[in-house]
Design a protein around this ligand. Sequence first.
Ligand code: COA
Length: 176
Amino acid sequence: MDELELVRPMPSHKNSAEEFKREFFSCGEKIINGSALLDQMEYDKWLENVERNSSPETARKDWVVADTFFAVRKADDRIIGMVDIRHNLDNEFLSKYGGHIGYAVRPSERRKGYATQILKMALQHAKSIGLSRVMLGCYSDNLASIKTIEKCGGVLAETKPYVDGKPMNVYWIANI
Ligand SMILES: CC(C)(COP(=O)(O)OP(=O)(O)OC[C@H]1O[C@@H](n2cnc3c(N)ncnc32)[C@H](O)[C@@H]1OP(=O)(O)O)[C@@H](O)C(=O)NCCC(=O)NCCS
């Protein structure tokens, strides 16, 4: 496994971000967790939205301030994954289900330890913005995510139905 870095999305990422997105779709994955809706939006509009949501002055009223990053492999600048770190849970969906951090690794780069590396870096960022406890949610059958969260210190708080009725787990990580 190579070293990654969290990079703020820029206009220059347009082609590689679109290629990243296409890989999920071609594997039948319509949702990209932690992408702040890159899966539903055209890149330029999405970038504008991500930039707006990163500041308390301009964040959308129906969401919270959030920092969205590409996890880029240093060796070749390839986008390996994405992660979204929300500054608070002052939103009904996030406080019940979504939590502070969402993330995904592109299908061709899974099972190499990258999610664990991404979550560790996200926790450092969360700490730098003052989050000493972090909530994460995932489906109860998402073994890969459960293992990733547990490896980073996650403690299961509850299991309950997600909005679609499927069971989900809620974890908290003490981030001190
Ligand atoms: C969940 C996800 C991020 C894991 O990414 P990854 O880079 O493959 O994870 P890692 O390589 O760091 O593996 C973490 C652990 O999960 C295990 N794991 C990974 N994929 C697995 C699978 N399909 N089944 C069982 N265990 C799996 C790994 O073996 C590792 O555990 P170990 O260290 O004990 O061996 C990736 O599968 C993904 O993007 N899924 C779709 C989006 C998603 O579910 N996001 C999380 C919810 S917010």
